[in-house]
Design a protein. Structure first.
Length: 318
């Protein structure tokens, strides 16, 4: 009887295990994951002259913020404020990747002269540790992006070039949930309709000196008059409003005189991005221009005990 009871218990445990495995495998994806999962398929790509090329097919990466109405108020507000300040010739800029701060983001893009820009290099932090287990400086994707304002094409030539140099790897899955990239994609398409995008998620395990060299390498063969670098980064996290304002002031002062020695004192979530920025601008004559410094408390009913802060700034060509 005792042996029979043990056998029954064993059978029950096996059945529970099988049921749990099946349930795990069949857990439905979120709407955003379902959309982006459709593009993660090696059969959609082929090699031509040692370059990875995607077949002509209606599959894209996407941002979860898909409705044009989500942007209308932010675009209108930015347009009204820009009429007084005009547009600037910007080599590079920094802005937030929190959609909560969409008015600040729109204001950032509105102030940039877009008449000649044909390529955007968009760099951001790796929030989900996709990059830390390999030797590459960054992950990128050759996939185009579906936005509320039509399709934003990837800059395949530059991405393939960096891939061939073994500086980056192609990892489409890294972009499914990386808000440092997908939040800004619709804004890029709206404000730079003729441009393509080179998205890069940077590996935080690599040294800042390597990202400085990476920025220089990318810039070497580019036309700065038709290329814009965007650093997607938020600043103070989990600080009181008063403390974040003090910390941001120190960070902004450092950004005004940024170098490899002091960039680690900038309180933001992508210091490697700043090292890349320095390398990218190394042979340029520019000046720092602060556009906005706000916090999440200004865009929501969030308690001021802990906030995330945002800095928007340009590096303007002299």
């Amino acid at each position: 009887m005792k042996r029979k009871s043990l056998f029954v218990v064993l059978i029950l445990l096996v059945m529970i295990g099988v049921w749990g495995f099946i349930s795990l495998k069949s857990t439905p994806l979120t709407e955003h994951q379902q959309t982006t999962s459709a593009v993660i398929n090696d059969e959609l790509a082929y090699k031509e002259n040692d370059q990875l090329v995607y077949k002509e097919t209606e599959v894209f990466l996407t941002s979860p913020y898909k409705q044009p109405a989500l942007y209308e108020e932010a675009f209108a507000s930015a347009s009204a404020s820009a009429s007084a300040t005009g547009k600037q010739t910007v080599l590079a800029g920094i802005t937030s990747h929190h959609f909560l701060a969409k008015n600040l983001i729109a204001n950032f893009f509105q102030g940039i002269d877009n008449s000649n820009i044909r390529q955007i290099i968009l760099i951001g932090p790796d929030h989900f540790n996709y990059t830390i287990h390999d030797q590459f400086l960054a992950h990128s994707s050759l996939l185009n992006w579906q936005t509320p304002f039509s399709i934003l094409n990837s800059g395949q030539n530059l991405i393939n070039q960096l891939h061939q140099q073994a500086l980056i790897t192609i990892k489409d899955t890294a972009f499914r949930n990386e808000h440092s990239i997908y939040t800004l994609i619709p804004f890029i398409k709206y404000y730079f309709p003729e441009a393509d995008v080179v998205p890069l998620i940077l590996n935080p395990k690599k040294a800042n000196s390597e990202f400085f060299d990476f920025g220089q390498t990318i810039k070497k063969d580019l036309d700065s008059s038709s290329t814009l670098l965007i650093v997607s980064s938020d600043f103070s996290h989990q600080l009181s409003l008063e403390k974040s304002q003090q910390t941001d002031l120190e960070s902004i002062n450092t950004l005004n005189e940024l170098n490899l020695a002091n960039l680690e004192t900038v309180n933001c979530d992508c210091q490697p991005c700043l090292a890349f920025l320095l390398g990218y601008l190394a042979d340029e004559s520019y000046q720092f221009a602060l556009i906005d410094n706000k916090s999440s408390a200004e865009f929501s009913d969030e308690t001021q005990e802990t906030v995330t802060s945002y800095v928007s700034a340009y590096f303007v060509k002299k």
